[in-house]
Write a protein of this length. Structure first.
Length: 431
């Protein structure tokens, strides 16, 4: 059995808070050197377009890809030639993701008042969206599904995907299969901050988009952050997180496996167990030792657990819920005997997984809810990616002469109180 030195903390209102504060430091300000590098890349792409993008591809990847924009027949061939088991699995995932997200679609509305006024809201999809998909060893077809499906349901007219080429200059076939199944319109072989800048500003060949979504490395994340305002983005993403709440009836084998399922993402990932049972805590540590030696990313998992993981032992389940709300994790598993009883007490989490047969990877791929979730405590005010993320709203107002006359004195009074006499005059001239 391998030994993983994950810290144990007895919750006393002080030590666990100190641990959470230490975790916040891993999400500190973006490295100034990285920000400077990314700023230069953005400015170069803004001024020089596709030439700058290709220059960076040559610099960072060593060679230019076979083609800048992937031809449609290459995308279609990837689907035709794909392993049928992959296609079937992705189609099953797509069915569930589509069913869940279709329920999020908002409706426009019109309210006609008795005095002849018309008030309403118009909801429609964004015009163009850019989707960033890592394309090397960390290639995630599931991210294509989770980003493209809600965009399509929202009514986005064009989805442009950017993904880095493989070392031989070709696209990742699994990514193309997912793109074909989800109806992605255009695919460009470009990655890094330069691809984000190209989407934000538009180039000779790459369309300018209204919003950029999808995961990426620190350079991609920094580019999205710097370009926010020029273009909308999904969210400011930090390292992955999971918090598992468990009582004495929970299975330590499941707990250990679920903690490691997130720890393998990144050395900065955080996996935390909050339990009311010291026995479960000890058994979970043993199970981590038993299971980790069989996992490919054992070194990453060990580093993550030993530096950013913890087992917090508390007195009651309500106390466990309080800690979960303070941490506001990206993923929250409730492995209590009656998990549904605690949903109402859990206010801050990206996605909540209830019971021993709803492990976090179920949400990553298959169940239907989105796996693009707020991290770093931002679940206090951010929500998962959804159909709403790809919609825009406009209100509209129609008033009759009589209705405006009824409200004119109030409007004029408030406008003049604010010293906005031109506002008041705009009403006065109509009477």
């Amino acid at each position: 059995m391998d030994i993983v030195n994950i810290k144990k903390i007895y919750a006393n209102g002080k030590d666990e808070i100190e641990f959470f504060k230490q975790l916040e430091k891993r999400n500190g300000e973006t490295n100034k050197e990285i920000t400077a590098v990314v700023s230069d890349i953005i400015e170069n792409v803004k001024n020089n377009g596709d030439k700058a993008v290709n220059d960076y591809t040559l610099k960072f990847d060593g060679k230019l890809p076979q083609y800048y924009e992937v031809p449609r027949d290459v995308i279609n061939d990837a689907l035709t030639e794909a392993d049928p088991k992959l296609v079937e699995a992705l189609l099953n995932c797509i069915e569930n993701i589509t069913d869940f997200h279709q329920r999020q679609k908002a409706q426009s509305f019109v309210n006609c008042t008795p005095d002849g006024c018309v008030l309403g809201q118009k909801v429609r999809g964004l015009e163009k969206v850019g989707l960033y998909v890592p394309g090397g060893t960390a290639a995630y077809p599931s991210s294509v599904l989770m980003n493209a499906i809600p965009a399509k349901i929202a009514g986005v007219k064009e989805i442009t995907m950017v993904t880095p080429p493989l070392k031989d200059g070709t696209p990742n076939k699994d990514i193309l299969v997912a793109a074909a199944l989800c109806g992605v319109d255009r695919v460009f072989l470009a990655g890094g901050a330069q691809a984000i800048a190209a989407l934000a500003y538009g180039t000779e060949q790459m369309p300018k988009v209204d919003k950029i979504v999808g995961p990426g490395n620190i350079y991609v994340a920094t580019a999205k952050k710097l370009l926010y305002g020029t273009v909308d983005i999904d969210m400011f993403a930090g390292p992955s997180e999971i918090l598992v709440m468990a009582d004495e009836k929970a299975n330590p084998r499941y707990i250990a496996a679920d903690l490691m399922s997130q720890a393998e993402h990144d050395r900065l990932a955080s996996a935390i167990l909050v339990t009311t049972s010291e026995s479960i805590a000890e058994q979970t540590v043993d199970e981590i030792g038993n299971q980790i030696e069989h996992l490919e990313r054992a070194d990453i998992i060990r580093y993550s657990l030993e530096n950013y993981g913890a087992i917090l032992i508390c007195d009651t389940k309500d106390q466990a819920c309080e800690m979960a709300n303070k941490f506001s994790p990206e993923h929250l598993e409730v492995l209590f005997e009656h998990p549904m009883e605690y949903v109402g007490k859990l206010d801050n989490a990206g996605s909540i997984f209830l019971g021993q047969y709803a492990p976090e990877p179920l949400g990553d791929y298959y169940a239907g809810p989105n796996h693009v979730l707020p991290t770093s405590g931002t679940a206090r005010f951010f929500s998962p990616l959804s159909v709403t993320s790809f919609e825009k709203r406009s209100s509209f107002i129609y008033y009759t002469h009589d209705a405006l006359q009824k409200g004119k004195d109030d409007i004029i009074y408030v406008a003049e109180k604010e010293s906005l006499t031109a506002h008041a005059n705009s009403i006065k001239v109509r009477f």
